[in-house]
Design a protein. Structure first.
Lengths: 610, 127, 155
């Protein structure tokens, strides 16, 4: 067996790949050969490291030196200096915003050091396309333990005792779900992994699958064993994640070759196999009944859940569906025990499974924060810690306005509530929800009415159209919001919005409709003054809603710096800009359609918006 | 690939252990070869290869081998620092392949310092 | 290129065991290969798998992934995830519209480009994100749009 002294870990998550990490590896291999280091150094692809804003990322082990924003042209110098001479290259290291000294070691960077890894334990450590790497980190040990020394009921009680709850958003206790499925009548049952991560701004599942697909598979085999009578499972991945689909297919193939999927696993007489199904770009398919309809080859329309899917799900058989992150936690709970898992988090789940939030939660932190990426934190940490300690605060020193959790089903949380702990119940209490873990930070330059409109537009477009409250109600709400953002809103509209919201919440068929008004309700509650500025003063304080702005040209800048370049005139669709080349340009306020094209195209920031 | 038996998991993990020790940055001993320009000129590459060969030969999964820049004592190159977990690092100077092998066998594997080649125990700390 | 409908349909249907429940997967394969769903192929699949053509059209119009109209050679998608929206994706869409001279959802007359918006692609660290064919780009600024499209000018 070949022994290398250095392992160069090249991140091959979607983000880094789009920033040319494959080319980086080629350059690394080439330079390493040039310095005759190929017998000492191995270059390895890893899954997503979660610090996507800093990509492409390369980590040099054993010292854990973290390189960011690398270019192919940086590689020759890096190989000679670091890999040969052992001197980390300063200019490619990570330097925290507003600081001067770089932090060379990955483990010392606050973004990473403040995290607790369970679901992401293998991130950056293994090549996701090599099953042996996963096994080397203790992979499939939990499966071996379950099949040799645990009865299905014992597995079940362990999961129940751990307090694990659904990571897809609802927070339903996993053990309770498994048990109900187990008790349901039927000789054929199914398990499903929901990887239809449709929440915009959420990419936890993508990252987990790309980085550690075998952990999901192992979790599902264990689940199938515990529930009993389950011999087939499905992984439903949205088609927007082509790399995740590919990694799953490779992983399933490898597991089959090793006999970890298929007949008679580990020669213990247990059969189970898995298949991948591709989503087709419908958000509603993240809802369990819609997802199952889609696997059956039908349009993904939800049905009323008088009978739950654990009783009658896929092809009317009892079906247990869990989210990617939920499944990934399972092998760790089996290996380290329920006690270990429940020592992290809030509340007490020993009597009431809803009594607390245990373990960790992965969030994708994005928007106007300095460090965008994936963070795994213990339940109970405050929102403020996530945004400021791990996220490194707001970009460009701007002022924080809100953090949006839970995607289109969640709400906006204002600054005054940043100290509440992250926990299923706490977030629901203030009108938001845990959701699958998207966390989008907004600063003073984001208009809350516009953001609410954005989400409503999203749910309205994604509404499957089966039930009227969701189909028509969200449409009417969107109409009102459109009116408000073009300056035609009235104060009564705000009351009507609230009334409609409550009606939709109460009467929608599925959770997509039932939670669709949350972004509007929370912004109305916490940022009402912004709505009022739109309807009373016809102003958008954040200068986002274009129809409420007036556009003028700063004459001095236009003439002296831009020399009357005329780009704005060329791009104005309304022919509202007057002026010859090399002279000052003006905007005719009567003709101006307020589209903002001039503002976008001006290279000298001469367009003033008020 | 054959179907796995349960005991195969440990075998695979064992084969991969070396790789994982390097990635996890753990290990019971760490050897640092000083590879400044002077070090390379004095033959540090050879010393590095010798250590690597020893690690392979002894299947020493938990020994980490790294490089660092010039240690500032160019006249005594090639140099290496051996650091056992929980102990002060020891600097060795004027290394040759033979000396490297001996240091590996005695200090790294058995924890017995090779006094004759050692320059100092402990090292300066940078803040 | 003459399309042998019979043969193609046969190939795709067999890949998915001729199972009616795999119709969506078959349609994915067609969409990936032709950039849209040619009518003749859908009819052929309908016959072979024994799923009414009305049901296939129901699926094709329900899911965003499928298009019944031919699309351009380079499919330009602008991600509409929340971070992309917050960081100015709508302005990127307008900029591409201006550059290509088409509206979002349309295809250029020479069948070279089509412009659509799409759901979050999960690379929020790179927001705002534009996807052209299989390539993903980000962060894209409004003034970077002409340069971005230029890369595909000769392809």
């Amino acid at each position: 067996m070949k022994q290398y002294r250095l392992q160069v870990m090249v991140c091959a998550g979607t983000g880094c790949v789009s920033n040319h990490s494959f080319e980086l590896k080629e350059a690394l291999d080439r330079e390493i050969k040039k310095h005759n280091l190929q017998n000492e150094t191995e270059v390895v692809y890893t899954g997503c490291n979660g610090f996507c804003g800093a990509g492409p990322i390369v980590v040099v082990q054993p010292d854990g030196i973290f390189y960011q924003l690398l270019k192919v042209t940086d590689i020759p110098h890096l190989v000679e200096e670091h890999l040969l001479k052992g001197r980390p290259v300063k200019k490619n290291l990570y330097t925290p915003p507003a600081e001067k000294t770089p932090i060379p070691k990955m483990a010392d960077i606050p973004f990473f050091s403040d995290q607790t890894l369970i679901a992401l334990r293998n991130r950056g450590m293994i090549d996701p396309e090599k099953i042996d790497d996963y096994i080397a980190r203790g992979g499939y040990k939990a499966l071996a333990k379950v099949l040799t020394s645990m009865k299905p009921d014992e597995v079940m009680s362990e999961i129940k005792a751990s307090g694990l709850r659904g990571r897809g958003g609802g927070g339903f206790p996993t053990g309770v779900k498994w048990e109900t499925c187990k008790k349901a009548h039927g000789d054929t049952k199914y398990v499903i992994c929901n990887a239809d991560e449709g929440d915009p701004g959420a990419f936890m599942d993508r990252s987990i699958i790309e980085g550690d697909p075998h952990a999901v598979i192992e979790g599902m085999i264990i689940g199938a064993y515990a529930i009993e009578n389950v011999h087939q499972g499905y992984i439903y991945v949205r088609m927007e994640y082509p790399l995740a689909i590919k990694r799953f297919q490779i992983a399933i193939q490898q597991a089959r070759e090793y006999g970890l999927l298929g007949k008679n696993i580990f020669a213990k007489g247990f059969d189970f196999d898995l298949d991948v199904r591709r989503g087709a770009g419908a958000f509603v398919c993240g809802e369990s009944t819609a997802l199952m309809a889609s696997i059956e080859g039908r349009p993904g329309e939800p049905r009323a859940k008088y009978i739950h899917t654990v009783e009658k799900g896929l092809w009317d058989c009892p079906t247990c569906l869990n989210n990617v992150e939920t499944w990934v936690n399972v092998p760790q709970i089996i290996l380290k025990g329920a006690k270990w898992f429940s020592s992290v988090g809030t509340g007490d789940v020993s009597i009431d499974p809803w009594g607390g939030s245990k373990g960790t939660k992965v969030f994708s932190l994005a928007g106007k924060v300095n460090n965008t990426g994936l963070v795994e934190v213990p339940m109970g940490i405050s929102l403020g810690d996530i945004v400021y300690k791990i996220g490194g605060g707001i970009r460009e020193g701007k002022k924080f306005k809100a953090v949006q959790t839970g995607g289109p089903s969640g709400g906006f949380i204002p600054e005054s509530m940043l100290d509440i702990p992250v926990d299923y119940e706490e977030l629901t209490k203030i009108g938001s929800m845990m959701g699958s873990g998207g966390m989008v930070v907004c600063d003073e330059e984001n208009c809350m009415v516009d953001m609410a409109k954005y989400f409503l537009k999203f749910t309205q477009e994604e509404s499957c159209g089966k039930c009227i409250p969701c189909r028509e109600g969200t449409k009417r709400m969107l109409d009102i919001l459109e009116r408000i953002t073009i300056g035609e809103g009235t104060e009564e509209d705000l009351l009507l919005l609230e009334e409609l919201s409550n009606m939709i919440v109460e009467s929608s068929l599925c959770a997509l409709g039932g939670s669709a008004p949350n972004p509007v309700l929370t912004t109305l509650k916490y940022f009402r003054e912004e709505y009022e500025a739109h309807v009373k003063n016809k102003k958008c304080p954040a200068k986002i809603c274009r129809q409420l702005l007036t556009y003028t040209i700063d004459q001095k800048i236009c003439l002296e710096i831009g020399h009357g370049c005329g780009v704005c005139k060329k791009n104005c669709p309304d022919a509202a800009i007057i002026g010859e080349r090399k002279t000052v340009h003006y905007i005719d306020p009567v003709k101006c359609g307020k589209c903002g094209a001039c503002y976008d195209v001006c290279n000298f920031n001469a367009i003033i918006i008020e | 690939m054959p179907r796995l038996k349960i005991e195969d998991l440990d075998k695979i993990a064992d084969q991969q252990r070396r790789k994982m020790t390097v990635r996890e940055g753990g290990g019971k001993a760490k050897i640092t070869v000083h590879m400044g320009t002077c070090g390379i000129a004095a033959g540090a590459r050879n010393i590095m290869s010798t250590f690597l060969k020893e690690i392979e030969a002894h299947n020493a999964h938990d020994v980490i081998l790294t490089t660092s820049a010039c240690a500032g004592l160019c006249s005594r190159e090639p140099m290496a620092t051996v650091e056992l977990a929980g102990q002060a690092p020891v600097k060795y100077v004027d290394l040759t392949e033979e000396k490297a092998k001996k240091i590996f066998a005695s200090h790294v594997l058995q924890g017995k310092l090779v006094q004759d080649y050692a320059l100092s125990i402990g090292s300066e700390r940078i803040q | 290129m003459e399309l042998n409908v019979q043969q193609k349909a046969e190939e795709i249907v067999n890949r998915w065991n001729c199972a009616p429940s795999n119709v969506i997967e078959m349609m994915h394969d067609i969409q990936n290969e032709f950039n849209y769903l040619p009518k003749e192929l859908l009819y052929e699949i309908s016959n072979k798998v024994n799923v009414p053509i009305a049901k296939i059209y129901n699926i094709a119009t329900f899911y965003n992934a499928f298009s019944l109209k031919p699309k351009g050679r380079h499919r330009v998608h602008v991600c509409m995830g929340t971070p992309c929206h917050a960081l100015g994706a709508p302005r990127v869409v307008s900029a591409i519209e201006r550059e290509l001279g088409i509206k979002c959802g349309d295809t250029t007359p020479d069948m070279k480009y089509s412009l659509d918006i799409c759901g979050c692609v999960g690379t929020c660290g790179l927001a705002p994100v534009v996807i052209i064919g299989d390539d993903l780009f980000g962060p894209i600024k409004v003034d970077g749009v002409p340069r971005l499209l230029k890369k595909y000018e000769s392809k």
